[in-house]
Design a binder for this molecule. Structure first.
Ligand SMILES: O=C(O)c1ccc[n+]([C@@H]2O[C@H](COP(=O)([O-])O)[C@@H](O)[C@H]2O)c1
Ligand SMILES: Cc1cc2nc[nH]c2cc1C
Length: 380
């Protein structure tokens, strides 16, 4: 028997903790500084906006993006049994071993930006004990197949979200130099079939039919994508009586129910991590499609969480663009990435650092003795 979400939220009281408010004075001062830098106003586009937002998050006019921690959440999915991925389920654990050996894209990106990488295995069919930098939790070998069962029990959902939260705590406490604040938390995921899970959740949150959202993930062909959409449609129909409030646009359904019925352990951990970041006042850099669905869940649980999220890049997964309403800012990059692992978020870090450097180090019109724009030119 499934417990209702109200019992679940009671179990994880921290979900209801308020999100830290942005420092509006620092943000205003950063906005004023941008206007004084030697360039036409707005000409550095999203780089200006990200520096101003970071100023608000960090409570200082001169923000930084030096200290970065990366956490990758990995888990297996029961829905993989329905043939919804181009790759076999064994790849999840195999890639965790690759993360531990330093051979995955996220490992290279982590070294490139000098950020520590922690991998959290929340449950894989093949265990991954004794690997360096891999923290094993093994909630279950995999989620239940959501075509026939809710993916998780309420207790498993609570555990997975708590692990995401504690990963943020780990990142805050593990810093070698405690005096230096954590500037950015990069979260990633690994889980064969997790685009099916994320698409099902997106379908509920956005009230958009699965056939309009399903995409290739790791590389399905057109018939594979149709099969994936059909599986999601059947699963939503199967659980329909438990999915109150998701029937139409502007849905008021409980995001925790969507997560419990269709989520993966790693998606729940990501959702918990984004909420914890917002509560602790840590900027989270959001990766691709799966991470952005988790970020959307976090924002449905607490809309103020959006203040603490930087969307790093537009995933090539076709449904990505449909997730974007409701976020404070739009993705920084479009590199046609669809890898996951937190790779796109880590790739965006040097750009965020550059946005801070431009904001902090450019000369003002006054300092450089450059004439500022005349405020208005009267029409003749
Ligand atoms: O982040 C993305 O935008 C993204 C888009 C497509 C696939 N992925 C990755 O690919 C895996 C899921 O793909 P699939 O086809 O098995 O559902 C999972 O490990 C994700 O990290 C990630
Ligand atoms: C090889 C491989 C690497 C990945 N990294 C994230 N998702 C992935 C999926 C596959 C298949």
């Amino acid at each position: 028997m499934n417990m209702r979400p109200t019992e679940l939220t009671t179990a994880s009281d921290w979900l209801n903790k308020p999100v830290k408010a942005l420092d509006s004075i620092a943000m205003y001062a950063a906005e004023e500084r941008q206007k004084q830098l030697t360039k036409p106003a707005g000409s550095l586009g999203k780089l200006e906006k990200v520096a101003i937002r970071l100023a608000g998050m960090q409570g200082r006019v001169f923000p930084r993006a030096d200290k970065v921690c990366i956490a990758v959440f990995a888990a297996d999915h029961g829905i993989a049994a329905e043939g919804v991925s181009a790759f076999p389920q064994a790849v999840t654990a195999e890639m965790i071993r690759n993360f531990a050996r330093g051979g995955a894209a996220i490992c290279v990106a982590a070294r490139f930006i000098a950020a520590p990488l922690a991998v959290y295995n929340l449950g894989t069919v093949s265990p991954t004990e004794g690997l360096p930098n891999v923290i094993n939790h093994q909630i279950a070998p995999q989620t239940a197949n959501f075509l026939y069962h809710p993916s998780m029990t309420p207790a498993q959902l609570t555990t997975a979200m708590d692990i995401g939260r504690s990963a943020v705590g780990d990142a805050l406490t593990q810093q070698a130099d405690k005096a230096q604040r954590l500037d950015l938390f990069v979260a990633g995921e690994m889980g064969i079939a997790n685009t099916t899970s994320a698409t099902a959740i997106a379908s509920l949150l956005l009230s958009i039919a699965p056939e309009k959202l399903a995409g290739p993930g790791t590389g399905l062909d057109a018939s594979g994508v149709s099969h994936k959409a059909m599986i999601i449609t059947r699963a939503i129909e199967f659980h329909r009586s438990e999915l109150k409030g998701f029937e139409q646009k502007g849905s008021i359904g409980d995001p925790l129910i969507a997560l419990q019925y269709f989520g993966g352990f790693e998606i729940a951990a990501l959702t918990g991590a984004y909420l914890a970041c917002a509560q602790e006042g840590v900027t989270a850099v959001v990766d691709g499609f799966i991470c952005t669905v988790a970020a959307l869940l976090a924002c449905r649980i607490n809309p103020q969480a959006a203040d603490w999220l930087i969307l790093s890049h537009s995933s090539a997964e076709p449904a990505y663009a449909m997730l974007l309403d409701g976020f404070v800012s739009q993705p920084l990059l479009n590199l046609e990435l669809r890898l996951g692992e937190g790779s796109g978020a880590a790739i965006a870090v040097p750009l965020i650092r550059l946005a801070c450097a431009l904001h902090n180090e450019m000369a003002t019109f006054e300092e450089a003795a450059v004439s500022a724009a005349v405020s208005t030119i009267e029409a003749t």
